[in-house]
Design a protein around this ligand. Structure first.
Ligand SMILES: Cc1cc2nc3c(=O)[nH]c(=O)nc-3n(C[C@H](O)[C@H](O)[C@H](O)COP(=O)(O)OP(=O)(O)OC[C@H]3O[C@@H](n4cnc5c(N)ncnc54)[C@H](O)[C@@H]3O)c2cc1C
Length: 427
């Protein structure tokens, strides 16, 4: 245990939340509404750019609990499903959320994250949390009695100190506590980097696919196209390290070269003009070896990060925040009960991430691609897949397990046959 740094009169609270993204704002709002003294510290000033604009239907239930659904509706594009397009075969398939196993949540939204994240942060503030922007936490130490001491630097260079009985780390990919405790482990099985930006004049879908996220499958990776309000299309390319090694030029050249190499993407981007910078994110799939400890818990990307092909990040962040809020509140009165809750939450999040990883790790596999592009609804396998795409992987409901188990069993059967040289299904 690290000795706490000497502090002069730290500001005290029940729970300190590090980070004001979807995870931190959700947890802070829920705890403040329950009458807890919450301080949320974010290093940025909102609104600020963030990637990750495609949301999942299961998020609607959390929006309802926070009371923000109408505000999210007003700032986003209506998203009825997900479209997959394959360059190799020219095949295209659209999964409508309305055909999933859970018919309560059959749409969601594509949102500009600057406005979406600012809405959630406002909600935390309006719920009674003390929200400090432009305040970077640079040190967290836990005293023997479990009290946490946080040190932060404000935008004007001033140092502030906080004492909290519980810390929720929602610092995103910065992984403040996981790095401090050496808990972050890279997931090498999953695609490793992305390059992306916003564009104008990209051909949007105008038929029943209007508003859908498009996933264009190419030889060594995939593109996303996410239609945002104001004729903006978020476009990104995700692949393994080879695609990013030995590149000539900057991120924009890299992205445009990959666009040009994909007939289906190039056709939609003939007249495209970038809006703002094209950026890259590397080394990006990871897990943490432990998600909680005495007086702390990790939320959202600070807990783990998966390749975004199924747009799962914001849902995982907000769902983990709901679980984290329960753990933090319980900790204040009954640490033993909170440990049990934390163990349960950790298991549930890891199980959901494992379920998704199974699919994500095979997204470049010809058998999986073939099944995705020609899904059969035998034993509701297709409906089960739609339910994964809608975000139901986090919530166990009777009847959801069998279709996915069938999908996996079929995959292993076809992959085995393919290894024996039997031609079964191809993308
Ligand atoms: C290329 C790419 C594409 C993606 N696409 C999608 C998608 O389509 N759909 C989807 O759902 N998800 C997507 N994601 C994932 C999604 O963006 C994240 O999962 C989501 O933002 C996680 O929310 P969070 O609150 O955990 O972290 P964040 O949203 O990253 O918020 C973390 C906050 O912590 C603050 N912070 C960090 N360090 C400190 C510190 N030391 N002190 C104070 N504050 C700090 C930051 O300023 C930030 O505001 C994508 C991610 C990537 C990289």
């Amino acid at each position: 245990m690290t000795a706490p740094p000497p502090l002069t009169a730290p500001e005290t609270c029940d729970i300190a939340v590090i980070g004001g993204g979807p995870a931190g704002s959700t947890a802070a709002a829920l705890l403040a509404r329950r009458g807890r003294r919450v301080v949320l510290l974010d290093k940025d000033r909102h609104p600020r750019f963030h990637i990750g604009e495609s949301l999942l239907p299961r998020n609607l239930a959390i929006f309802d609990r926070l009371g923000v659904r109408s505000r999210v509706h007003a700032l986003g594009t209506f998203k009825p499903g997900a479209e997959f397009v394959c360059d190799k075969s020219g095949r295209q398939v659209t999964f409508s959320f309305a055909s999933g196993l859970d018919r309560r949540y059959t749409h969601c939204y594509q949102v500009p994250r600057a406005a979406f994240d600012a809405t959630l942060l406002d909600t935390a503030r309006a719920s009674g949390a003390t929200v400090l922007e432009a305040t970077r936490v640079h040190d967290v130490a836990f005293a023997a009695d479990g009290t946490a001491r946080l040190r932060a630097q404000c935008g004007d260079g001033q140092e502030r100190a906080f004492a909290a009985r519980f810390v929720l780390d929602a610092s995103g990919r910065d992984c403040l506590l996981a790095r401090k405790f050496g808990l972050r482990v890279a997931d090498k099985r999953i695609n490793s980097a992305a390059v992306y930006g916003h564009f104008r004049n990209v051909e949007a879908r105008t038929d029943e696919r209007a508003g859908c996220v498009s996933v264009h499958l190419v030889k060594d990776g995939w593109f996303w196209m996410i239609p945002l309000p104001g004729d903006i299309m978020s476009v990104g390319f995700v692949s393994g390290p080879a695609a990013f090694k030995d590149r000539a030029g900057g991120m924009q050249e890299l992205l445009m070269a990959r666009v040009a190499a994909s007939p289906s993407v190039a056709a939609r981007m003939r007249a495209a003009e970038p809006v703002g910078e094209i950026v890259g994110t590397g080394n990006y799939s990871y897990r943490t070896r432990a998600g909680w400890g005495e007086g702390w818990m990790l939320l959202g990307d600070a807990f783990g990060f998966l390749d975004p092909v199924f747009s799962s990040g914001v849902l995982l962040a907000m769902a983990s925040a709901e679980l984290g809020a329960e753990v933090a509140e319980t900790w204040l009165d009954d640490p033993a009960a909170a440990r049990t809750l934390a163990r349960r939450a950790d298991r549930r999040l890891r199980r959901a991430m494992d379920e998704l990883s199974w699919l994500i790790g095979r997204i470049n596999d010809p058998v999986l691609r073939g099944m995705l592009l020609a899904p059969r609804n035998l034993l509701h396998m297709r409906d089960g897949l739609v339910s994964v795409l809608a975000g139901h992987f986090l919530y166990e409901r009777p009847g959801f397990g069998l279709p996915l188990a069938m999908f996996k069993a079929t995959y292993y059967l076809l992959a085995g046959a393919r290894r024996l040289g039997v031609r079964t299904i191809a993308p």
